[in-house]
Design a protein around this ligand. Structure first.
Ligand SMILES: Nc1nc(=O)c2c([nH]1)NC[C@@H]1CN(c3ccc(C(=O)N[C@@H](CCC(=O)O)C(=O)O)cc3)CN21
Ligand SMILES: CC(C)C(=O)C(=O)O
Ligand SMILES: [Mg+2]
Length: 287
């Protein structure tokens, strides 16, 4: 880039797996959080459809629309100069025709300026993945717990616990890899199953609730910093409690306003002496 910031590419991400260096990924849904995540040195930013639950207040990711995803992706990519931004395709935006899926993936790239898209599902997505890759759209897969299928899965539950399910996850991952995905997210899977899949795949496996035996980790920003996150899955580690910090700051402000100790003289603009005289008459002091 002109300013010398080196953007992370899909090949940098692939090389990390080859070198055994863990890949860091975190969600961000807006300009300031994306800026902070980038400044912290995270490799990849995910504009996850979890934004529906985390910042829009829905009960699941199902109500999230393409418009929502484009809107938030635009904000994030304005902040991310170096990090590789991946945007989620939302519920039902890639389950019609392949053309419709490619068109929606294209919108996240062309309007949102994402570098790649992510989609939930297994081998049934292979034709769509192939068409996206042919069109120049890098694709990230997402298997295991796929929140857009929460009502089919019967809740946010660990997936791939039995042998049959674990083998199915591997088959799906291999089929998606063959179709051209450059990385895959594995969500809520036993660590032993993750390790087996990460070993058999050439592409990076990024885990969430999938243990340490994969090539990288992703978590939701709000969960990590303790920012009004309502759900606390077992796999989350909270590194700060900014919710408490924010609550204290806002309460301090409200108290100061009620006591009239805010604004103080240093926060106040003054009219000129001339204007004050005209407003209040000679010898009238300001309050
Ligand atoms: N704030 C937030 N963080 C997330 O990680 C997240 C979202 N929202 N929204 C979309 C999905 C939903 N996710 C979830 C939500 C709940 C559990 C959960 O409670 N899991 C149980 C596992 C129960 C079992 O044993 O099967 C747990 O105890 O962690 C897991 C993933 C992950 N994603
Ligand atoms: C939890 C991650 C993997 C995700 O898909 C999201 O944030 O939407
Ligand atoms: Mg998602």
């Amino acid at each position: 880039m002109a300013n010398g910031t080196k953007q992370i590419t899909t090949s940098d991400i692939r090389k990390k797996k080859e070198a055994g260096i863990p890949i860091t990924m975190m969600t961000a849904y807006d300009f300031p959080s994306a800026k902070l995540v980038e400044e912290a040195g995270v490799d990849m930013i995910l504009v996850g459809d979890s934004l529906g639950m985390v910042v829009l207040g829905y009960d699941s990711t199902i109500p999230v629309t393409m418009e929502d995803m484009v809107h938030h992706t635009k904000a994030v990519t304005r902040a991310a100069k170096r990090a590789f931004v991946v945007a989620d395709l939302p519920f039902l935006s890639y389950h019609g025709t392949v053309e419709e899926g490619v068109k929606n993936a294209g919108r996240l790239m062309q309007e949102g300026l994402a570098k790649a898209v992510k989609m939930e599902g297994g081998q049934e997505l292979a034709p769509l993945v192939t068409r996206c890759v042919q069109a120049g759209i890098p694709v990230v897969g997402h298997i295991g717990l796929t929140p857009q299928s929460v009502h089919q899965l019967g809740g946010y539950k660990v997936q791939g616990r039995d042998l049959e399910q674990a083998q199915r996850l591997l088959e799906d991952a291999l089929a998606l890899q063959a179709a051209g995905i450059f990385a895959i997210v594995l969500e809520c899977v036993p660590e032993e199953v993750t390790g087996m899949i990460a070993k058999k795949l050439d592409i990076p496996v990024i885990g969430i609730g999938a243990g340490v035996t994969c090539d990288g980790q992703v978590l939701v920003f709000h969960d990590v910093v303790g920012y009004a996150s309502s759900i606390t899955p077992k796999f989350v580690k909270r590194y700060a409690d900014i919710g408490e910090t924010i609550r204290e700051a806002v309460a301090g402000y409200a108290q100061d306003v009620e006591k009239r100790s805010f604004p103080a003289p240093e926060h106040v603009f003054r009219a000129s002496e001339e204007t004050i005289k005209q407003l209040y008459g000679e010898g009238v002091a300001t309050k």
